[in-house]
Design a protein around this ligand. Structure first.
Ligand SMILES: C[S@@+](CC[C@H](N)C(=O)[O-])C[C@H]1O[C@@H](n2cnc3c(N)ncnc32)[C@H](O)[C@@H]1O
Length: 279
């Protein structure tokens, strides 16, 4: 697991959702539910930034994450009434989190951290079981075909920023491009901190994130029991504009609902993404 994710105060300092992305997500959810969500699940919730957003709007929230420190911070951040956060794996979120969620959210290609497509199918099947019949899953992932490329370069750079609890830090994340055999995107990241309690001065790490061909995505959606793709949005722009659901669409947020797989490719040419809002 990535060392950076265990530094939850640091994660929060860099990735607190902006007002713009909060507004975009709220609009998406309301469009498909026709109301604000009542029960929200984040199966890789980190320190609970999105859960906090939905809880403030009146929803009951639940989440899990592999990182104990992230869950400890989420538990501190979220008022106990109406929230449940536990250490757990997104492949099979703990049963105690409950079911009947009308919204699940998992952005920023967190699902790309899973080891393989079997894990992704297991994850999607778990979420499907936990959603209410009209419930939606907002899932961030990367659509890349064999032969696609990603230019190597900086995808996120921020800081120095103040860190809650003391100290300050800067973060730089680079993409090293798609690995030809695995088609994973290789990410390299360096965080530098000063006077942040219980935190190393430098965290430097490299990891690979799964990407999906269109055919693979169809297969995992079907293997999970079936999801309809209600919407596809450009994840590199915080206004989350609609994007053609097609091969090589890049970093997207999909809106899924349990149902027969209806994931036809839309026509249109691939838009090259700006490298701004990728983690
Ligand atoms: C990019 S962060 C997203 C956190 C949160 N959902 C948000 O939007 O702020 C990815 C998170 O996935 C978690 N993670 C990675 N693999 C996981 C797994 N198998 N099960 C649960 N959480 C996992 C990491 O610990 C990290 O907190």
């Amino acid at each position: 697991m990535q060392a950076f994710y265990s530094q939850s105060a640091l994660y929060s300092a860099f990735f607190e959702p902006s007002e713009e992305i909060r507004g975009s997500i709220d609009r998406l959810v309301r469009r498909h539910l026709r109301r604000a969500p009542r029960r929200v699940l984040d199966p890789a919730c980190g320190p609970g930034l999105w859960l906090e957003h939905f809880q403030r709007a009146g929803a009951e929230v639940a989440g899990c994450d592999l990182e104990e420190r992230a869950i400890a911070l989420a538990a501190k951040r979220l008022p106990k009434r109406g929230s449940k956060v536990l250490v757990g794996d997104m492949r099979r979120p703990p049963d105690e989190l409950g079911t009947d969620f009308d919204c699940a959210i998992n952005l920023d290609n967190s699902v790309g951290h899973l080891a393989d497509y079997m894990d992704v199918a297991e994850h999607l099947a778990s979420i499907r079981r936990r959603l209410s019949p009209r419930g939606v899953y907002l899932l961030g992932l990367a659509l890349r075909e064999d032969g696609d490329t990603i230019d190597a370069g900086v995808v996120f750079e921020r800081g120095p920023v103040d860190v809650a609890g003391g100290g300050f830090a800067a973060l730089r994340t680079e993409s090293l491009g798609l690995q030809p055999t695995t088609r994973c995107e290789r990410i390299r990241q360096i965080a530098i901190t000063a006077n942040v309690p219980d935190t190393p001065a430098v965290i430097a790490e490299q990891y690979d994130l799964l990407t999906f061909t269109f055919a693979m995505l169809r297969d995992v959606l079907a293997a999970a029991g079936g999801f309809e793709v209600l919407g596809c949005h450009d994840a590199t722009d915080e206004s989350l504009p609609e994007k053609a659901f097609r091969k090589s669409a890049g970093d997207v947020v999909l809106v899924l609902r349990a149902g027969a797989v209806r994931a036809r490719a839309a026509r249109g040419s691939a838009k090259k993404r700006p490298a701004s809002r990728r983690r």
